[in-house]
Every structure is written in C-alpha cells, then in structure tokens.
Design a binder for this molecule. Structure first.
Ligand SMILES: Nc1ncnc2c1ncn2[C@@H]1O[C@H](COP(=O)(O)OP(=O)(O)OP(=O)(O)O)[C@@H](O)[C@H]1O
Ligand SMILES: [Mg+2]
Length: 508
C-alpha cells in the first residue's frame, strides 16, 4: 500500500472534525475523497500534509510511519498538494515558479539559462506549449494549475493531492487537466481528488471514499457505484429532487412582469462592450459564457466594483446610483462574488458579524443593528442554509470552504436586496446544499426579488433561470428564454461565429 491512514482523529474547539478515520491509497489510482461541506475532507488532507497536527492515529507511507510537521516536510517525504487557489506567484516567471527554492546557480548567482532548461524538463510530458520565461500570471488558471502540479510532482513524486482543483476551470480546461492526471496515474502516482462535481468523479476516479460528519462511511470502486447510492452515502439520506421540481416553475414570460430596473449603455473599454439589460420583478436571469467572456465583469459594472463609462440606470422612480459598491448597496443591490477568499469573507469576524455585514451597510453604520436582532438573523440563516458551525460566534475562517460560501450567501439574503447578483453561487457547495440554495433563490424571487445568476454549469442555469443572456468576447450577444433555454442552445449561442450577420448586440 502506498499510503495508509489508521484511526486518524482531529478535533477543534467544539468540533470533532475527524473521528477514527481509515483511508488507503494505492499507487497508480485516482481516489476521490467525498462528503458534504464540513465533512472533514480538507482536515484529512491537512493532517496528511503536515498543515495540521493530528490528535491521534497513524499514517504510513510505503509502510513507514510518518508525521510531517509542515507541508515542506510532507513534500520531501513524497506528498505534494495542489489547492483550488493556485499557490504560486503570478509575478514570477513560469521557470522561477517551477524551480523556486532549488534554483540552479553559477558563481552564487541564479543561472537563468540553466533555470529555464530545468523548467522545460519539468514540463516535458505535460503537453504544454508555453514560454517558461514569461510570467506565470500571463497564462490561464488551468495552465497555472498544471504548472503547480508539475512542481508538486517534481518535488514529491509519490502522492499527489488535488483539493477542488477544477472549481474555476471551464470544460476544455478540465479535459486538459484530466489528461495530465491520467498520465501521472499511469506513471504510478497515487492521486487523491477532492471535488463536489460528481460527474468528474465518475470520469476520472478509480475508487472513492466518503466522509460524513468526520467519520469514514465507505470506500468503493467507482465503476460499481451509481450516482444515487453515492449521494445517499454522502448525505445519509436521499436527495429530494428539488431542482427538477423547481424547474417546472420557470416563467417563460418573465419579461412581461413589471419592470424593476433598466440598465442602459453600461460598459467599459476593454472590459465589456456597453450593454442594456432590463430586469423584471421576481425574475431569475442567467448569464452564460466561457471563462473570460465578461460575465463577472458585467456583474462588477452593475455593482459598481468597476465604474461604467457612461450609461444610466433607472427604476420606476427615476435614476438609480451604483457608481461604487456602497451606492449599489444603498440602491438595494447585492453581490455575492465568485472568489470568496479575496472578496467575500472577513476571516477574523464571526459568522454572525459576517452575516449582518451587508444589512448593516444598507441601513448605514450610524444605526447599529441591535445585538438581539443580529443573533436572530444569524440563527435564522444558519438554520436556513444548514451552515455547519459549532455556533454563531465562531470565526468564519475556521469554517470549511463550502460553509464559508454559504455565509457569504446568507449575508446578501439577510439584506433582502431587490436585485441580487450571484456569481457561481454553488461553487464548492455539496449536492444537498446545492438543491437547497436553488430552492431558496426561488423563494426569494417569489417575494419579488430579481436575481442575476452567473454559472459555468449550464444545468444549473437551465434549472434556475427564466431567461439566459449569453456573452462572448466581452459582449452580450444573445438571449434565450422559456423552452429555448437548453444546454445545446447555450453552447450554440456561445460558439456562434462573430462574422455571422445574425449576431445581435446588446441583448436586453
Ligand atoms: N482551523 C480550524 N479551526 C476550527 N475548526 C475547524 C478548522 N478547520 C476545520 N474546522 C472544522 O472542521 C470541520 C471539517 O472541516 P473541513 O474543512 O475538513 O470540511 P470539508 O469536508 O473540507 O468541507 P468543504 O466541502 O466545505 O470544503 C468543520 O466543522 C470545520 O468548521
Ligand atoms: Mg474543504
């Protein structure tokens, strides 16, 4: 056995994160680690890589007991890790990133030529045609991920751990990453793959282990397992088919509802071409497009994270200001960003403080929300979104990734905006909570809130949106509504030729 973990336990104040867990990894397999948000996946990995010190239990690598005290010690032992956020330095070149800490030197100085050669050798076999002399940041996230993997494999070479590596990749990039993963598996590496995308688990993994509430539930051969059984293992119950049920409630005529907001000529040079968008009460608008097509940038223009050059926005009463986020909040807009790590959470604040943040900003800081109301709101949303935390006073930074995401969502729901923008709302969220969040979106729109959802998962857009606006090359190019909202139609719209005279601009 390449890696074997026995009776591993780890607790935090108020939480038993891992309870007597066994786990085995073979050489030459891709092994998925699955479970709900807060199940203990990242904690298991952190105990393995020396980021956390375990309370008890045994870890053996190729039969020898190990106790890495730091990630670099784990790396020296043969265990490399790549996280969702690329943990390399974008301002250094690819070569500098790959050789960091082991730079070839001549007369005490870094030998640039030898360094580039070393980097090229490290990348050979990865099918990447890139210039190692360029800054890493010049390349797509997928390429950066592969560079991170190449570095981890070169440094470690026995066990490779991928914690939600595909969360910000598009379909083509996932294929590229999976080719690399398959190659490494065939070379005999043992690979641990953490993901909430079950399709990907079925595609790439040989075996899987499910954790629930810190306990190991089962280890299975993927080919012997069907999706529903897997979900039952993860949730400990059957998944209500909430999404399918809700899909029936979509309104193909949402545009004939009363107008809520009318954006006209919102845009910025080099960011997004000016677009118009009319938002109606209680409707869900989807934004579809490839990575880099301008979806997030459109949202940022609407929320004032980026300033629009010209254009105007009105509601029934007149002009609406959203020149910066503070104005946007005052105007009743909410925005849950895609990258919660940098934009979303204030790690040191408690769950309660994070939840009331947007509502407080909306009311104004001179009118503090009474503590009793804060407690009530926190408890309400912890229950509604099933946020796994020992209590509302826990620092949000100590929650699992998916649960942090839920707190950010709760913050905007608690503010009760009239127009809510959700950028990839279910990224990193487990299957059970996923259905729950889509249900909640429908509940809010039932009360008149309009929602703009950005998602790379077409199934999600189809399940939730009344109509879908498609972006391509930083332009709003088309729109689908009602029964036209299908995966095929979205793909066709995204792929449509620019020179095609039918291409319409500024879909409203
Ligand atoms: N540093 C910490 N301090 C306190 N509690 C923690 C800490 N790290 C993790 N926990 C708790 O341990 C439990 C397991 O969290 P973990 O991050 O392992 O979950 P996960 O399975 O990775 O979930 P997700 O899918 O959301 O990433 C959670 O209840 C979490 O709040
Ligand atoms: Mg995690």
């Amino acid at each position: 056995m390449l890696l074997s973990i026995r009776n591993l336990s780890k607790s935090f104040p108020g939480t038993l994160a891992l309870d007597d867990v066994d786990f085995e990894l073979r050489a030459g397999e891709v092994h998925a680690l699955l479970g709900e948000n807060g199940a203990g996946k990242s904690t298991l990995i952190k105990c393995l890589t020396g980021a956390y010190r375990r309370d008890s239990g045994e870890i053996r690598l190729e039969g020898n007991p190990i106790s890495p005290a730091s990630t670099s010690e784990a790396q020296e032992l043969g265990i490399g890790t790549v996280y969702q956020e690329v943990n390399l330095l974008p301002n250094l070149t690819v070569a500098q990133n790959l050789t960091f800490g082991r730079e070839p030197r001549r007369f005490g100085l870094v030998d640039g030529r030898a360094q580039r050669k070393m980097a090229q050798e490290m990348l050979s076999g990865y099918n990447l045609d890139i210039d190692v002399g360029r800054d890493l940041g010049a390349y797509s996230v997928a390429i950066q991920q592969i560079v991170a993997i190449a570095r981890a494999v070169a440094l470690s070479g026995k066990v490779l751990i991928l914690d939600e590596p595909t969360a910000s990749l598009d379909a083509a990039e996932v294929r590229m990453l999976f080719d690399v993963v398959r190659d490494l598996r065939d070379q005999g590496l043992g690979i641990v793959f953490v993901s909430h995308f079950l399709d990907q688990v079925f595609e790439i993994c040989d075996r899987l282990t499910v954790l629930r509430n810190g306990r190991k539930i089962t280890t299975e051969v993927v080919a012997d397992l069907d999706r529903l059984t897997l979900i039952e293992h993860m949730l400990g119950r059957e998944l209500e088919e909430a999404t399918e049920h809700e899909a029936a409630q979509k309104d193909p005529h949402s545009r004939s509802r009363p107008e809520l907001l009318r954006f006209e000529g919102i845009g910025r040079d080099g960011v997004v071409e000016p677009f118009d968008m009319t938002v109606h009460k209680g409707e869900v608008i989807g934004l579809a497009g490839l990575l880099g097509s301008g979806r997030t940038e459109s949202a940022e223009l609407m929320f004032g994270v980026r300033a629009s050059q010209g254009g105007r926005t009105r509601d029934a009463d007149g002009p609406v200001a959203h020149g910066n986020p503070r104005e946007a909040i005052q105007s009743g807009f909410g925005f849950a960003p895609e990258d919660r790590k940098t934009d979303g959470i204030v790690a040191d604040l408690s769950v309660r403080e994070n939840i009331i943040l947007a509502l407080q900003a909306h009311r104004g800081w001179t009118r503090p929300i009474p503590r009793s109301e804060q407690n009530r709101l926190a408890d309400e949303y912890i229950a509604k979104l099933d946020i796994r935390t020992s209590d509302a006073e826990k620092a949000i930074g100590d929650l699992s990734g998916g649960n942090q995401q839920k707190v950010v969502l709760a913050r905007w729901l608690a503010m009760n905006p009239r127009f809510l923008i959700l950028d990839e709302p279910t990224r990193g969220i487990d299957v059970g909570a996923h259905a729950e969040i889509l249900r909640l979106i429908h509940e809010m729109t039932g009360q008149g809130m309009a929602v703009l959802v950005i998602s790379s998962e077409f199934d999600e857009l189809i399940a939730v949106a009344d109509r879908v606006i498609v972006l391509r090359d930083r332009r709003h190019t088309g729109e689908l509504s009602g029964s036209d909202v299908t995966s095929d139609a979205i793909v066709r719209e995204i792929a449509r030729d620019d020179a095609d005279p039918r291409t319409q601009r500024g879909a409203a």
